[in-house]
Design a protein around this ligand. Structure first.
Ligand SMILES: Nc1ncnc2c1ncn2[C@@H]1O[C@H](COP(=O)(O)OP(=O)(O)OP(=O)(O)O)[C@@H](O)[C@H]1O
Length: 844
């Protein structure tokens, strides 16, 4: 990859000349399904990739989120003067421009990262490591002058606490807390048991190897196909990489060998976080054992597939509550007509939606549906979340993730040590609650007051004299009672008199939308679309144009407003660079101010990709053809960002919106975006599961972080599972290495935070929770080869009986992901390279 400045020009050139022409529109499929199973029986559904022969294609040239919460400030380890239960001081809560580093903090091995005593808005998020000498060559291409602080951050919602979120247990909820950060004994025990069994099964998956199974049809085909491909042999980069993707271990047969070194005696770190992992151990390093274990890929793939089939069979015909609510939502949402299960028909004309039938748009008509609706909705979360396959992407809610991370940070401040387990990602979310109703939810006043009392941390607490929310805080509770009593249900748009009430905000600074209220004299409020950390988003009818719009109402706060203004600037820059609206970035129409809230008016879209997964790909993922179309559109969006020298820094399924027909996408939420030169090192940029390893390791980053995030997103779309998961940055690294193998040493050596996760010999120090004591323990692990290889995971998510053509597509997809997820950011593919990849750029 070239340096940003070089690539800027290059990307711009290619982007303008080749990219738009290169990726042809995807084939239109109006009749047959493109789901994996149904397509099996109709032969090759995909046009052959004429010039693509297993990587010998001549035409083909060779990652909030830990978002920062302004209140996070007080959650930093450095602010460790709080006693448990003591309210945090505002001085600890103040944050910088929340639209700069939107990060949230995790209590993990890297607790020292970012620790600072009291800091100002300007320097929040900067770690103490910032001033330390760079551990890598100053001439390195990554080196940037970080004179300008990039402290993107946002305030997390002070949304419903643990008691109201409810919902399912998370994949990582080793140890959950109630609203007051107390451990819930019984539930914790249950969680622990479950996690124990997961660990056990994971250990087993490595250590227990049975007899060689009879390969499945797919496995046979896989082996045959790969052998065929490897026979073709060539020396260029692409083919070798492609073969690697195909053959895993250099073209070996389906038998591969995993070698995991680990320390049998884990070093118990206990609660003493002051004994950092990177310090010399008290006892001599444990002897390492090397276990050579034959792994039967075919068996693994077959087992996983069988498991999936069994799940599908068991739950076929049943609808999960989430699906039901999703469908109900679709039905109740006036701006988003319900999309029936099964096939998605080609674009339905909607004046309110972007024209997805543009000739130059890669968005084509295709079906995203799977093997019938029953297959989509059949799998319950509890079963869908298997150790082998990873957690269901549809169930993940990053907002909750952020909240939980923030809680862990608070806890860390209280006792200077946070168990790496206070985590639950799958509780019902603010968004779920919001979107299930077409009007703002009214909460019984008592209940809402009680919630506030229950909170052990109250950012609006009296006595705080330095609260960034102070200007609105004192009024918040009062307004709540007023609005609860007087929610008007009017049929006609009504301009409300702002002077009648002191404050229209809820206690968290979100604007309390009144149904049918007229905003800025022209937008009639229709429904809530959801809440992010930064804003509430509503759908409204623009009475001037008679089109629906989405209005992002920024939370009432000066810092957030400033950040919103930055988002507007970036959006305008992107629009200027893409006047014809070809590059799949959400369009800002205008902005205005309403009762102290900055409002951004966007084109109206329907649902985000996580919701698409919930509806059409629950636990199974969506069809490869849909993935291809989505990938192409997202890469076009990335190419525009790159051309404009902008890092999105928060790409994930939640921040990609689809139109009603789900055949046209737009990248949204530029709230974390910034100029590529503002890349101050911070280990919590980007939502954790989509966070590129260079961010975690403290390596100066660039556009490659967005490519990583898109790679993770594409995997999720195809499999319905989250690719890399971990409660902490440390465990994210583990997850990444399990799938992608060990990091090149030269990459590790560039990392400012490498010492937090690796020992002097660059062996990984895995900080895990001890099953018995619940304390963190550190194990030294050596990853020689991936134990949960990307290719195997993808093949396992594939239905048997694929045609040659389908297999070819699949391997092209695997190869593309391989390139998007290169551990070395310099070698990760660029958006333009991705657009030229045979998976996307199919010969007509
Ligand atoms: N133009 C739009 N059309 C339809 N829905 C939208 C639109 N913009 C945003 N939304 C919905 O509102 C939600 C929140 O939007 P967005 O992510 O931009 O807000 P945010 O406050 O920045 O959230 P986050 O915490 O993710 O930063 C999105 O997940 C999306 O589903």
């Amino acid at each position: 990859m070239n340096s940003p400045s070089e690539s800027f020009d290059e990307e711009g050139e290619i982007f303008e000349t080749e990219v738009e022409k290169a990726p042809p529109s995807l084939p239109s499929v109006t009749g047959p399904r493109v789901d994996r199973l149904s397509s099996r029986n109709r032969g090759s559904r995909s046009p052959a990739i004429n010039n693509y022969r297993g990587g010998n294609d001549d035409a083909y040239p060779p990652s909030r989120h830990d978002r920062y919460d302004p209140r996070d400030h007080g959650r930093r380890p450095g602010n460790g003067d709080n006693m448990r239960g003591e309210k945090r001081r505002r001085s600890q809560e103040r944050g910088p421009d929340p639209r700069q580093h939107r990060v949230h903090y995790e209590a993990n091995g890297d607790v020292n990262v970012g620790r600072r005593p009291r800091v100002s808005y300007a320097d929040i998020d900067r770690s103490e490591h910032r001033d330390s000498p760079r551990p890598f060559d100053q001439d390195d291409r990554y080196y940037r002058d970080t004179k300008q602080s990039r402290t993107r951050s946002r305030s997390p919602p002070r949304g419903p606490r643990g008691d109201v979120r409810g919902g399912r247990r998370g994949y990582f909820d080793d140890n959950r807390r109630d609203g007051g950060n107390r451990l819930i004994g019984r539930e914790r025990e249950r969680d622990r048991i479950r996690n124990d069994s997961r660990r056990h099964s994971r250990e087993q998956s490595v250590s227990e190897q049975g007899d060689l199974p009879v390969p499945s049809e797919l496995s046979k085909r896989d082996a045959e196909y790969r052998n065929k491909q490897s026979d073709q042999g060539n020396g260029d980069r692409q083919s070798s990489s492609y073969r690697t993707a195909q053959n895993g271990n250099g073209g070996r047969s389906t038998q591969t060998s995993k070698s995991i070194k680990f320390s049998p005696e884990a070093e118990i770190m206990g609660h003493d976080r002051n004994s950092p992992a990177q310090k010399a151990p008290l006892k001599p390093p444990p002897e390492e054992m090397e276990i050579e274990e034959p792994v039967d890929e075919a068996r693994l793939i077959e087992e996983r597939r069988k498991k999936r089939e069994a799940i599908k069979a068991k739950y076929r015909g049943q609808a999960t509550p989430l699906l039901v609510s999703a469908l109900a939502l679709a039905g109740s949402n006036p701006g988003s007509p319900g999309i029936s299960e099964g096939e998605v028909t080609p674009a339905v004309a909607s004046p309110a939606l972007p024209d997805s039938s543009r000739e130059d748009s890669p968005a084509g008509a295709f079906s995203i549906s799977k093997d019938g609706a029953t297959m989509i909705n059949a799998v319950s979360t509890a079963i869908a979340i298997t150790e082998d396959d990873g957690p269901s992407a549809a169930d993940y809610d990053p907002t909750v993730d952020m909240q939980e991370d923030n809680k862990r940070y608070e806890q860390h401040i209280h006792d200077h040590e946070v168990p790496s387990s206070a985590y639950d990602e799958t509780k019902a979310t603010v968004r779920d609650e919001q979107t299930s109703a077409s009007l703002p939810k009214q909460e019984p006043q008592e209940q809402s007051i009680k919630k506030e009392e229950d909170d052990d941390f109250d950012m609006f607490a009296e006595g705080d004299d330095d609260d960034m929310f102070a200007e609105m805080a004192p009024k918040a509770k009062k307004v709540e009672s007023q609005t609860n009593k007087t929610h008007p249900l009017v049929s006609d748009a009504k301009q409300l008199d702002a002077s009648l009430l002191d404050n229209w905000d809820d206690p968290e600074g979100y604007y309390r939308v009144i149904p049918a209220e007229l905003l800025d004299g022209r937008y009639r409020v229709q429904t809530n679309l959801g809440r992010g950390m930064f804003s509430g988003v509503i759908r409204a009818l623009d009475l001037t144009t008679q089109k629906l719009v989405a209005i992002k109402i920024i939370r009432s706060n000066e810092t957030m407003k400033k950040a919103g203004l930055k988002e507007i600037d970036i959006l305008k820059k992107l629009i200027e660079a893409d006047p014809d609206d070809k590059k799949h970035l959400v369009r800002l129409e205008r902005s205005f101010e309403h009762k102290g809230h900055l409002c951004l008016v966007f084109e109206n879209l329907s649902i985000n990709l996580r919701e698409v997964l919930k509806r059409y790909g629950r636990s199974e993922g969506i069809s490869l053809m849909a993935v291809r179309s989505y990938a192409q559109q997202m890469f076009l969006g990335l190419s525009l960002l790159r051309k404009c020298n902008i890092l999105h820094a928060d790409l994930k399924p939640d921040n990609v919106l689809a139109n009603e027909s789900c055949n046209m996408l737009k990248i949204c939420d530029l709230g974390s975006a910034s100029d590529a030169s503002e890349n101050e090192i911070t280990p919590y940029l980007v939502s954790r599961f989509y966070r590129a390893p260079e961010i975690i390791l403290g390596i100066p980053y660039d556009f490659a972080i967005d490519m990583w995030s898109i790679g993770c997103t594409l995997y999720e779309l195809y499999t319905g599972k989250i690719l890399f998961t971990g409660r902490t940055n440390n465990q994210m690294l583990r997850s990444i290495m399990e799938c992608r193998g060990k990091f090149p040493q030269k990459v590790l050596r560039k990392g400012k935070f490498t010492g937090l996760h690796f020992d002097d010999m660059l062996n990984f120090r895995s900080v895990e929770q001890d099953k018995i004591t619940g304390k963190d323990i550190t194990k030294t692990l050596t990853f020689n080869k991936p134990t949960r290889e990307l290719r195997i995971k993808l093949l396992a998510a594939t239905s048997p009986g694929m045609t040659d053509s389908e297999m070819k597509d699949l391997y092209a997809f695997i190869d593309l992901l391989d390139r998007c997820l290169n551990l070395n950011p310099e070698r990760r593919c660029t958006p333009v390279e991705a657009l030229k990849h045979p998976f996307i750029h199919r010969a007509k």
